[in-house]
Ligand binder design. Structure first.
Ligand code: PAF
Length: 284
């Protein structure tokens, strides 16, 4: 695996691949890689000839009181994991390389409306930071295809929307959620879950699946379902940020006749904010 810290040298290497007719796949990450990230690399490998993974803990997408400074930086271990799945390129720039004019002066990319709800409501500015850095990374790597995890469902929807609205010629592919045996979605933040909380945190996934089953059985009293679900998560000892039943494409509150529905939830543990989602596709 070739490792690059600078945009210019990465671009040179990738220009040679492009000249050789290679299809370039891209997996943007913030590091602290786990199996779900490696699965995204494998998807990119299946669809492309060479794969670039980036690791950059993007300060622009963290709020002032969020966990940017304690976000795990595990570059050496991450490199070993990427080598083990034969990733071709690792791009790990520092902050100066990505924001040479400083973050305050950085030109921003904003996807309106759908970034104001769910995680966007409790993390103001978060998605602006994501779409800005992803646009920069797209322009640096210029991939044919980029792979994102479905666990960050809203992020995926926002990026799809950005790519559509800005006519960015990159295919966006989604990678499934990888779960621990009890249903907890794999996440770089799971390391912040305490031993005492760990047996209880799968309540979020169980609760979202419970809503899914109720919808499949015909219930459409979404606000009641949400209230019941919040009570279940709170009974397990966690503070709920949100639980919502949304139209899978727009992320607006689902209408009773919507056929593609995603149930999204976020809750706080002592050291982390965990998110999860499950989707339902209803027959006609
Ligand atoms: O999902 C992530 O890890 C980040 O939000 C991303 C897409 C790499 C942008 O910093």
């Amino acid at each position: 695996m070739q490792v690059f810290h600078h945009i210019s040298s990465l671009r040179e290497a990738l220009a040679a691949e492009r000249r050789a007719g290679k299809r370039i796949g891209f997996v943007p990450t913030m590091g602290n890689l786990h199996n779900a990230h490696l699965e995204l690399v494998k998807i990119a490998q299946k669809n492309c000839d060479v794969v670039v993974t980036s690791i950059f803990v993007n300060p622009l997408q963290f709020g002032l009181n969020e966990d940017w400074d304690k976000y795990p930086r595990t570059l050496a271990a991450d490199s070993v994991k990427l080598e083990s799945v034969n990733c071709d390129y690792l791009f790990c720039p520092d902050e100066k390389e990505i924001y040479p004019n400083g973050m305050a002066e950085q030109t921003r990319v904003i996807v309106p409306t759908m970034t104001d709800v769910l995680c966007g409501a409790s993390r103001p500015g978060h998605f602006e930071g994501v779409t800005t850095v992803v646009t920069k990374l797209f322009n640096i790597v210029q991939p044919d295809e980029a792979v994102f995890g479905i666990k960050d469902f809203q992020q995926l929807a926002v990026i799809r929307r950005m790519v559509e609205d800005l006519c960015i010629p990159i295919k966006i592919t989604a990678g499934e959620i990888f779960r621990e045996a009890d249903g907890l979605a794999m996440s770089s933040r799971n390391g912040f879950i305490t031993a005492d909380e760990r047996p209880r945190v799968a309540v979020l996934n169980r609760t979202l699946n419970g809503i899914k089953q109720q919808i499949e059985q015909g219930r459409r009293d979404f606000t009641v379902l949400i209230d019941e679900a919040r009570a279940q998560v709170e009974a397990a000892g966690f503070r709920v940020d949100y639980i919502n039943i949304c139209n899978s494409r727009t992320l607006e509150m689902a209408a009773h006749d919507d056929r593609e529905i995603t149930i999204l939830g976020a809750m706080y543990t002592q050291g982390a904010r965990l998110i999860d989602n499950v989707s339902v596709v209803l027959g006609r």
